[in-house]
Design a protein. Structure first.
Length: 256
């Protein structure tokens, strides 16, 4: 195994941040204009903004790191010779994007020998970006960020992308009911809020690899925990993010 040195991670993180900025230059004008969605074969929405942004990201990383692989939501997987693979979701939260709700963002992760070692959540419309690399800490707009120290669900804010999907799962209603505040400030913005200590728990029972890969280093470097939803059919197909004080209790309740 060939681990990345801290200096290499910092360089790659800077590349990821620049890539996210370029994606935002494509996405924001289309968001402000308003854009219609089409339905993909799996009945999830896609827009021209998703496609254009992913092409910008593919071209950028192919030029800057030509030996790396690339996996994107819209155009699939491209193998590389190096142990690294970029994993991107050009617009996480396409439904929010289409309805001109600003809680969407671009997700970029670097997977190295099968593990996510850096991640970026760029929420272009709200003007906030979170990032992290393994061993280098987590940051929100250049300032270190940490999960909250809230210790009970009764004083916690719990978030979800789709409350119906949460209520259909065992324990989901219990977590919502016990929370001080339950809101659907979802998609990638919910994870940014947990990493920044502005919410305590984020629940997503259904995800794909490009939805979750960037979240792992950000949540963990911020002092939180990211786990699979109990009973998930496959690793990284769901996510439960929480601060360190609440993670065990939330996972236990969802396992009931």
């Amino acid at each position: 195994m060939t681990a990345l040195e801290p200096a290499e991670l910092r360089t790659l993180l800077e590349l990821a941040l620049e890539a996210a900025r370029r994606a935002g230059e494509v996405i924001l004008p289309l968001y402000r204009e308003g854009i219609r969605a089409e339905l993909k074969a799996d009945a999830t929405p896609v827009t021209e903004a998703d496609r254009r942004a992913e092409l910008v990201l593919r071209e950028f990383f192919a030029r800057e790191t030509p030996a790396f692989g690339f996996l994107g939501e819209e155009f699939g997987d491209a193998a590389g010779e190096a142990p690294g693979r970029w994993i991107v979701d050009p617009i996480d939260g396409t439904k929010a994007f289409v309805h001109r709700v600003p809680l969407f963002g671009t997700l970029i992760a670097l997977e190295w020998e099968g593990a996510s070692v850096l991640g970026v959540i760029a929420c272009h419309a709200v003007g906030e970006t979170a990032w992290a690399a393994r061993g280098l800490g987590a940051y929100l707009d250049g300032q270190p960020c940490r999960v909250s120290s809230v210790e009970t669900l009764e004083t916690a804010t719990v978030l979800a992308t789709d409350w119906r999907a949460v209520l259909e799962r065992p324990g989901g209603a219990t977590v919502f009911r016990r929370a001080r505040l339950a809101r659907t400030w979802g998609d990638c913005y919910g994870y940014l809020l947990v990493a920044a200590g502005r919410a305590e728990v984020m629940l997503d029972p259904e995800l794909n690899l490009w939805d979750v890969a960037a979240l792992e280093p950000i949540i963990t470097e911020a002092g939180g925990r990211l786990a699979d939803w109990p009973g998930a059919p496959a690793p990284r197909s769901s996510a439960v993010a929480a601060n360190a004080s609440l993670a065990d209790e939330v996972v236990r309740l969802l396992s009931a």
